[in-house]
Ligand binder design. Structure first.
Ligand SMILES: Cc1cc2nc3c(=O)[nH]c(=O)nc-3n(C[C@H](O)[C@H](O)[C@H](O)COP(=O)(O)O)c2cc1C
Length: 202
């Protein structure tokens, strides 16, 4: 599956209707992290996925996010290190069990919200990091992989944050787990749209 290159800088990009994208969005569903097996994306596929994920709205064009790729032996080492850390938590069993979602898929990508000092509100920078997560989830799915957006305890644990070399102002927007889905997820409950929509009137 070939991913087109980015358009040339400054080139006009006409709006392009895409029934295929509408069909994709109408059916899109995360895979269970525990059902993600090898093969994961190749190095070239991963480069394409991250390029697509970084193509998101970003107030001020400041790229207030970055990626940490965790795979192969490094992912095993990270999970083992977290397993040791979990022994000191009050919810050890639950914390250890949650590590299955990290161990099982072939690839984890941590999307890090990495705020840039300046006049762009922090909230907007964090929203852009969320957009990166969603774009990566959709790009991986569109490439034929299963993917899941998880945070879990090790996204917030101070020691785990330090182990990932996060600075104090950075946050994990999500771990994106990517692999080949061995199981088709069932449709889950979806919102009743009427309950979420109001028409503003003066
Ligand atoms: C920021 C964020 C963090 C999440 N963290 C977890 C998590 O730690 N554990 C979990 O089981 N699901 C978590 N989820 C939910 C999963 O991503 C879930 O697969 C998803 O909501 C399924 O929806 P979909 O089928 O529409 O993609 C999280 C979702 C978001 C947006």
């Amino acid at each position: 599956m070939t991913v087109p290159p980015a358009p040339q800088f400054g080139k006009p990009i006409a709006a392009q209707a895409s029934p295929a994208v509408l069909e994709f969005l109408a059916r899109r569903r995360s895979a269970s992290a525990m059902a993600l097996a090898a093969p994961g994306p190749s190095a070239d596929q991963l480069a394409d996925l991250l390029r697509l994920a970084a193509r998101v709205p970003d107030h001020g064009k400041i790229n207030p996010w970055r990626f940490i790729v965790i795979q192969d032996q490094a992912k095993t080492d990270f999970a083992n290190w977290l397993n040791a850390l979990a022994q000191g938590r009050p919810d050890t069993n639950k914390a250890v069990a949650a590590l299955g979602k990290l161990r099982t898929p072939p690839l984890a990508v941590a999307v890090v919200s990495s705020p840039v000092q300046g006049n762009i509100p922090l909230w907007e920078q964090q929203l852009s990091a969320g957009a990166v997560c969603m774009a990566l989830l959709m790009a991986a799915t569109a490439m034929g992989f299963g993917a899941n957006w998880i945070t879990d305890w090790y996204a917030f644990d101070p020691s785990a944050r330090a182990h990932l070399a996060l600075s104090p102002d950075e946050q994990i927007a999500g771990f994106l787990y990517i692999g080949t889905a061995t199981d088709a997820p069932q449709e889950r409950v979806r919102p009743v749209m009427d309950a979420l929509i109001t028409a503003w009137k003066p």
